[in-house]
Write a protein that binds this ligand. Structure first.
Ligand code: MG
Length: 362
């Protein structure tokens, strides 16, 4: 029996994780549930799963210690910068972290990996690309590789001209061609910010540098990522775009349980691979530049992006103004060392203030 503290239980990944728990009640038990704001859904889930503790962040101070007390693994599926504090607390509690929150590594990679090493805690990837790489490496992080190659669907605007991109609506940005995900990450996929984030995540998870990570467009989203080796061999993981597989595998690896249907190869048709159109999607380059700068730069990037995407979804700014907001914030606030979580929290707050000033002019 694996005891799970599920943080972010009412979001897209959280709900799919609960589906996995429902389908293997003999293997998994929920000991803690936490969500951001959806207290109504939380109280229903509380009745169904009878956790030792359930908490809604909007309703009061988060009891970090108690959340991770009874679990074997901490499944961090909370969205945004808020997920980082949970990840750090789970590591402090010495619990294995199953990480679906990208911002924990994008913003806090340095702190998270250092703390995990000190406490002997393993960080297991849930993001489909990073799970694919983990599988291609045979679950051996120390296995030597030449390059990590992340695939990107390219989002709904892959073939749009630059002028047409400026006019796209939130509704169009939310219509992802292959994956069903939460709103923030769906917009981030359309701007390619998400692929920049995933390169930063891969750098920390697999202890490599940016020169050994590539991204390539693969519109069918069947090959979830690849690893290349010194002799020219490439190993990939294939499957239908369905997050249940990487979620379940993070819980059980190296064991594999029944989960999703196998690919029907003969019916798949052609698979395509294209270069990433970086010049059309400036968010990708902004993310990489912030990742390379390190320190508080990725936190500034993310704080600005969270504000900009929220403004875009409300119709307050255009699609191209998402990148403009991020660029302005990165240009106006100097990068500092990421000494501890409170330094990152300050950078996050400063980035959000600057982004709102850029967007709303106050
Ligand atoms: Mg992904």
């Amino acid at each position: 029996m694996i005891n799970i503290a599920l943080i972010g239980c009412t979001g897209s990944i959280g709900r799919q994780t609960l589906d996995i728990v429902r389908s293997h009640p003999e293997r998994f038990r929920i000991t803690a549930l936490a969500c951001g704001t959806d207290a109504d859904s939380l109280s229903m889930l509380k009745k169904e799963f009878s956790p030792c503790i359930a908490h809604c962040a909007a309703e009061g101070e988060i009891p970090f210690g108690a959340l991770f007390e009874d679990c074997d693994v901490a499944f961090i599926a909370a969205g945004g910068f808020a997920g980082l504090a949970y990840t750090m607390s789970a590591i402090e509690a010495g619990k294995r972290v199953l990480l679906a929150n990208k911002e924990s590594l994008v913003c806090g990679g340095e702190l998270v990996m250092k703390a995990a090493k000190e406490r002997g805690v393993e960080i297991v990837p849930v993001d489909s690309e990073h799970s694919a790489i983990f599988q291609a490496l045979g679950f051996r992080r120390e296995a030597g590789f030449e390059k990590l190659i992340l695939t990107a669907s390219g989002g709904p605007f892959l073939h749009y001209e630059k002028e047409a991109l400026a006019r796209v609506t939130a509704q169009e940005a939310l219509a992802h061609p292959t994956w069903k995900m939460g709103k923030k990450v769906t917009v981030d996929s359309a701007t390619l910010l998400n692929k920049g984030y995933e390169i930063i995540e891969a750098k920390w998870l697999y202890e490599t540098d940016f020169e050994h990570i590539e991204a390539v467009v693969h519109p069918e989203s069947i090959v979830h990522s690849l690893v290349s080796f010194a002799d020219g061999a490439m190993i990939a993981q294939l499957g239908y775009p369905d997050m249940r597989l990487p979620i379940q595998l993070a819980l059980t690896y190296p064991e594999r349980l029944a989960c999703t249907p196998q690919l029907d190869l003969a019916r798949l048709g052609a698979l395509h691979f294209l270069p990433l159109p970086k010049e059309k999607f400036p968010c990708f380059g902004l993310a990489l530049a912030a990742g390379r700068a390190g320190g508080t730069a990725p936190t500034l990037l993310n704080g600005a992006a969270e504000e900009a995407v929220s403004a875009f979804l409300k119709g307050h700014i255009t699609f191209s103004q998402i990148a403009e907001t991020i660029g302005d914030v990165l240009g106006s606030i100097p990068r500092e060392e990421a000494e501890d979580l409170s330094a990152l929290k300050e950078a996050d707050a400063a980035a959000r203030r600057a982004a709102r000033a850029f967007i709303y002019g106050k």
